[in-house]
Design a protein around this ligand. Structure first.
Ligand code: SF4
Length: 893
């Protein structure tokens, strides 16, 4: 098909912020490729970015506004929201309402939401789901630097001699940066990579050293490093004396708790000679970048962890110069943009603190606002607790799915159930949160929206529209402005385009700034519409003095504290807020998998992305699995004091003993009872408000069933009379993993109900071995398979690969038809097995077969034979594992 429209935009998934070129073909399909000119990715994309074209269909979209389940026009919906919010504010005060926003919003959306809540409603009850991924980094930056400043650029990864990746499965969560590090290592064999992570993740394929520390013991590791560096005369005395303050007290405390490496070794559960080797590398290498991510942030002491890392860089003066610095990789595409506008409940706007009594009235004046919030509002977890207590009576949730993504998610559901007025604006109609909405608003999706985002290296990029708005969907900034107008603030919200909002945001960043605040993009305050359209990705600050932006911060050793000096922060090594116990003996860690994003509302639409891991999995060490009587591939129930989840078991010695891992993505649309956040502990960091997603005491036990099965169907089916199901999309079909506690008494009747074909005239074939309790059935139509079902009393079921391939065919051959109930083709073939390469759908069995039969010894050789790993490269770490551990063949879905 001919491409008729090619537009440069930005990937909407992670904080890497890759540039994308989207081309719409004459048949409406969307082709995606990496933008070779974008400085974040230089043309690379990971599996999620490469599959963006699969996710832009209108399927599942919210297309019209709805009030109480009835479709209404926009004026009616907007009037209703304005009236209900105004009534509640009048009766109960401004703190009785709240906005819960998202790192998926564009900066312009975020700006208008923040302005309306803090300046016009007069409350700071606006918080963002970015609170869940990086609030501890924000708080740590502010404590050390006096500002929420990321000092580094991605380029520093290529200029470093040592990269320490702490609590960051970069290979899966920031794959393009993993690829940049991998390439840097190829180009510079002297570059060393250390991974600090309790799990042996795919990121370890790149590591020269892996410190599999006990969950949460990073503070001990870095406090111990501080002590080591000071003891070995590795401090940069000139930098410390001219540009920092507070070292002595911090060192004293660190020495008291961690006098020697043996003590560090005991805290971390890592051999002391390994700890010492890491310390020696760090001490001996001037150009060190320490990357940290959610494994650091998502703790009840995440802010302390961040400062323990920053302390080591301050002691050695290793920041503000090429190839060095502490570097937080943000989770979401616009978490940074949200921070810039004040989308967090404890910031005012433009990196101005809410407590700043001098600038607060100036911001009010700038906005021409009748009032302004003067104290912090509720942070995410507390916001939903306040809703649960009835203190917040109206909430507007934008572009996020908190009933799946917040900890203790069942409590969040209960809170929304009792909330008087819930508005949800989203591009997707059937998110779990939408089910609680009194008003549902259709927001524009990626590809339709226009505005800007900021990535992890402070780089502002444009998201540009390349598709027409679906149905009656509107930009979030427009929806908010229209409600603001109806609440009586028309002159201050009279925006007609995203660029008007952006100019105001840029102007506010320059308000009485003159270098006193880090965030300043005032050089863009008078940007023309055309210049905004053409904007090239640029790192802030962007000022008249630095119109092309700023690659690196703190180059002059000046910080944004009152003294201009960076602060060492004393950090005590602490255990988790709620320790494991005899009742809940395991530590549950939660996080992302390679090919899914957040709660799967978009990535779940892609068959390619659903092929790598298609069911919620519990990773568990063999010893713990044996103790709990769990078997690989069986089902487990994970139980905490907050809730439980049912998942498939993946036994792996990549896990530490005593710690288990569960992905965060699954929701009610894709599994019956597998969402991890029902189990997660709602304790938060007292400074940052970030929840402790990385440590929940749990117990695990077998989920005992009488049968296992799977079902492939061209249509989505209502799951009844099964006790466990997980759904994923295939190419032209839906894939259900099933299990049940009791065997059906009437197999055929049960199967026909499940496959939704009660009509006896339907072309139906079946096989039933009553003795072995095996049942197989297929529904055929015009010689093609409509659905097929396989049930067995054990996990011994046919491979799915060949059966799945039948769904792309409109007519089956006789041999194929005969093979259906055996689950395999007449002629032997290698079933692909679980998919490793999403781009070319290459499975684990094909890879291991090629390695053993053809003697392949490199990733490149696998690529030449099977094409795996030759497109986006996200599967390369797994291919490497196949080479080193072919016998594992472990990615059984
Ligand atoms: Fe998107 Fe992948 Fe780039 Fe992240 S690394 S921005 S998910 S393409």
């Amino acid at each position: 098909m001919t491409a008729v429209n090619s537009v440069k935009t930005t990937c909407p998934y992670c904080g890497v912020g890759c540039g994308v070129i989207a081309s719409v073909a004459t048949d409406g399909s969307v082709q995606i490729k990496g933008d070779p000119d974008h400085p974040a990715n230089f043309g690379r994309l990971c599996s999620k970015g490469a599959a963006l074209g699969d996710t832009v269909s209108l399927e599942g979209r919210q297309l019209v506004p709805q009030v109480d389940g009835q479709s209404v026009n926009w004026p009616a919906a907007l009037e209703h929201i304005a009236k209900r919010f105004s009534q509640i504010i009048e009766q109960h005060g401004p703190d009785a309402v709240a906005f819960y926003v998202s790192g998926q919003l564009l900066t312009e959306d975020y700006y208008v939401a923040n302005k309306l809540m803090k300046g016009f409603i007069g409350s700071a009850n606006i918080d963002t789901n970015s609170r869940l991924c990086m609030a501890s980094s924000v708080a740590g930056h502010k404590r050390a630097f006096g500002s929420d400043t990321v000092p580094c650029s991605y380029e520093d990864l290529e200029r470093a001699k040592l990269i320490v990746l702490v609590g960051s499965n970069t290979a899966w969560c920031h794959p393009v940066l993993y690829q940049r590090i991998s390439k840097a290592k190829q180009d510079n064999p002297d570059l060393r990579v250390v991974v600090v992570d309790p799990r042996r993740t795919d990121t370890c394929e790149l590591a020269d050293m892996h410190l599999a520390i006990k969950a949460g013991s990073d503070t001990a590791l870095f406090n111990g490093l501080l002590v080591y560096l000071a003891a070995h005369d590795e401090s940069n005395d000139t930098f410390v004396s001219h540009h920092t303050e507070g070292l002595d007290a911090v060192l004293q405390q660190a020495r008291r708790q961690l006098p020697d490496i043996q003590t560090v070794s005991r805290w971390c559960g890592v051999a002391s000679d390994t700890v010492e080797a890491f310390y020696r590398w760090f001490a001996a290498t001037e150009r060190v970048v320490t990357v940290y991510s959610q494994g650091v942030n998502q703790w009840s002491f995440g802010t302390d962890k961040v400062n323990s890392i920053i302390n080591c860089h301050l002691l050695t003066g290793r920041l503000g110069r090429p190839g060095m610095g502490p570097f937080s990789f943000t989770g979401q595409p616009n978490a940074m943009g949200g921070r810039e506008v004040g989308g967090l409940a404890n910031q005012l706007a433009a990196h101005i603190e809410i407590e700043n009594a001098h600038l607060r009235p100036r911001v009010q004046q700038f906005w021409q606002a009748p009032r302004i919030a003067d104290r912090a509002g509720h942070k995410a977890v507390q916001m939903f607790e306040a809703i649960g207590r009835g203190e917040i009576k109206a909430v507007w949730i934008m572009a996020t799915n908190p009933v799946v993504s917040l900890p203790a998610a069942d409590q969040v559901r209960a809170a929304l159930r009792r909330c008087e007025f819930v508005v949800v604006s989203d591009c997707i109609a059937n998110t779990d949160t939408m089910g609680f909405a009194h008003v549902r608003l259709p927001a524009q999706a990626w590809g339709e929206k226009d505005g800007s985002v900021t990535n992890s290296e402070r780089r502002i990029s444009r998201q540009r529209a390349f598709l027409p708005a679906a149905g009656e969907s509107k930009p979030d900034w427009w929806i908010l402005s229209e409600v603001a107008k109806r609440m009586g603030y028309a002159p201050q919200f009279d925006y007609t385009s995203a660029v008007e909002v952006f100019r105001e945001h840029a102007a506010l960043s320059g308000l009485e700034n003159q270098g006193s605040r880090d965030f300043d993009i005032s050089a863009w305050a008078a940007l023309s519409d055309e210049a905004f359209h053409e904007l090239i990705p640029t790192q802030w600050p962007i000022t008249v003095a630095h119109p092309m932006g700023t690659k690196r911060m703190f180059t002059d050793g000046r910080f944004f504290t009152a003294s201009g000096k960076a602060k060492f922060i004393a950090v005590e090594v602490k255990p988790p807020a709620i320790p494991t116990s005899a009742q809940f003996p395991l530590c549950l860690n939660s996080g992302r998998i390679r090919d899914q994003w957040h709660t799967m509302t978009r990535t779940g639409k892609s068959a390619k992305l659903s092929s790598h891991i298609n069911e919620p999995l519990l990773w568990i060490h063999p010893h713990d699995a044996a103790q709990a009587a769990l078997v690989d591939g069986g089902l487990a129930q994970v139980v905490s004091q907050w809730g439980d989840a049912i998942t498939r078991v993946r036994i792996s010695d990549d896990q530490r003993r005593g710690e288990v891992f569960l992905p965060m993505h699954w929701n009610d649309q894709f599994t019956q009872h597998g969402y991890a956040d029902a189990v997660i502990n709602p304790v938060v960091d007292p400074i940052s408000g970030q929840p402790e997603f990385k440590h929940t005491p749990v117990k695990v036990q077998p989920f005992v069933v009488a049968w296992h099965g799977f079902l492939l169907s061209r249509r989505q089916l209502a799951m009844q009379e099964v006790d466990y199901w997980a759904l994923s999309r295939g190419d032209g079909f839906w894939r259900y993993q099933l299990a049940g506690k009791t065997l059906p008494a009437q197999w055929e009747a049960w199967a026909r109900r499940l496959l939704c074909c009660p009509d006896p005239g339907i072309n139906w074939i079946e096989y039933h071995d009553r003795g072995a309790k095996r049942y197989r059935a297929a529904r055929m139509q015009h010689n093609r398979v409509e659905s097929c079902l396989f049930v067995a009393p054990t996990l011994l079921l046919p491979e799915r690969g060949w059966l799945e391939s039948l769904f792309v065919k409109d007519v089956l051959s006789d041999q194929e038809r005969l093979g259906i109930l055996t689950g395999k083709p007449a002629k032997a073939m290698i079933d692909p097995g679980a998919i490793v390469c999403a781009c070319f759908q290459v499975g684990i069995h094909q890879i291991t077969h090629a390695i053993t039969q053809q003697g392949l010894t490199s990733v490149e050789a696998i690529g030449r034979v099977l094409r795996a790993g030759t497109n986006c490269g996200s599967c390369i770490p797994e291919l490497q594992r196949c080479l080193t551990k072919p016998q594992a063949d472990a990615l059984q879905a």
